[in-house]
Design a protein around this ligand. Structure first.
Ligand code: SAM
Ligand code: SF4
Length: 326
């Protein structure tokens, strides 16, 4: 499938739940958000159906996300079913890692192709301040298990936010060096609570890394599903990557759409554009009708985000990141 800009759309990020066992300051308010009632959450059968129809039209890669995907019951069953859909070549998950240790075996058995764990700091006190929960230990145990077993690729995602030194970015780098896994630095997006924080630019991080470890070399081969640019760093087995939606905009090569937990097929991170599939799914419309709805929305995918502009559009997204899935 291609959109009106000629971009190939072959990647779907599915938020399977808007609930979470952490409360990251840039993602969810301390008191949590009003959860989507169970009656409005996409059932697994509905999610599988949407994936199957999209796969018939070129969808290849799927990311399972949330909220925290591992808090939804039987999510590994969903993964194993999506893996069976003809045309789907990759199903990966992004998790905060709190439940990774106990879920790892089942995820691998279900056929997960890669696991990404979000980890912003190794400092227990800072972790508690950022996530408002005291869960660093289980996250690190999960990462350790996944890195040791190495049955599927493992990556760490970090959102730098409050002064590079304070967050212990160099400690994190030493940590991933020890475990020989990739780390990706994601620029803070001005979505929901993320608007309150300054993003740390890729250039500032690169300077810090090069000053510490030496010159980085761009890794030119394809790695992963998205817009991350990876580098080799002297002394590192894993790669160091950057997802820099603000300082190095990549909309022209955007290949993704998103499905929220309540069934909105969302075609751009910034704008509230797309189509609500849940009512049509509940009414039992045909596959053909569903495809027409999705195709129309995908064709109209906005050309680019305009986060860098101050203005506030009526179409700007009201959902927070925990509802969108990152
Ligand atoms: N709960 C899971 C987790 O934290 O990995 C999956 C959902 S979370 C919304 C997905 C990713 O989005 C995480 O890596 C998180 O750090 C990132 N994220 C959340 N809010 C963000 C923001 N405002 N800007 C950039 N990344 C953000
Ligand atoms: Fe939860 Fe992930 Fe949002 Fe943190 S970033 S509050 S772990 S959904």
């Amino acid at each position: 499938m291609t959109d009106n800009q000629g971009r190939t759309i072959d990647y779907l990020r599915i938020s399977v739940t808007d609930r979470c066992n952490l409360r990251c300051v840039y993602c969810m308010p301390e008191e949590g958000m009003e959860s989507i009632p169970h009656s409005r959450i996409m059932t697994y059968d509905e999610i599988i159906r949407v994936c199957r129809i999209l796969a018939e039209h070129g969808l290849k890669k799927i990311k399972i996300t949330g909220g925290e995907p591992l808090v939804r019951k039987n999510v590994v069953w969903l993964i194993s079913e999506i893996k069976k859909i003809p045309g789907i070549t990759s199903v990966t998950i992004t998790t905060n890692g709190v439940l990774l240790k106990e879920s790892y075996e089942a995820l691998v058995e279900a056929g997960i192709d890669a696991i990404t764990v979000s980890l912003d700091t190794l400092d227990p006190e800072l972790f508690r301040q950022i996530t408002r929960r005291d869960e660093l230990s289980p996250v690190l145990e999960g990462i350790q298990l996944a890195a040791k077993q190495a049955r599927v690729p493992l990556k760490i995602n970090c959102v730098p936010m409050m002064g590079i030194q304070n967050q212990g970015i160099l400690n994190l780098l030493e940590y991933v060096r020890k475990f020989a896994v990739d780390i990706r630095f994601i620029e803070m997006m001005p979505i929901g609570l993320g608007k309150q924080f300054e993003f740390v630019s890729e250039d500032a991080l690169r300077k810090l890394i090069e000053d510490t470890y030496g010159e980085m070399t761009l890794y030119c081969e394809r790695r992963g599903n998205g817009p991350c640019r990876y580098y080799d760093v002297p002394g590192f087995t894993g790669k160091v990557g950057f997802i820099s939606a603000l300082s190095h905009k990549f909309c022209h090569e955007c290949n993704r759409v998103r499905l929220t937990a309540d069934g909105f097929l969302k075609t751009c991170l910034q704008y509230d554009c797309g189509v609500n599939l849940k009512p049509a799914l509940s009414e039992g419309v045909s596959d053909d009708t569903l495809w027409k709805m999705m195709k129309e929305a995908i064709l109209q995918k906005p050309k680019a985000h305009h986060f860098e502009e101050e203005k506030k559009d009526a179409e700007d997204e009201e959902r927070g990141m925990s509802q969108i899935g990152g």
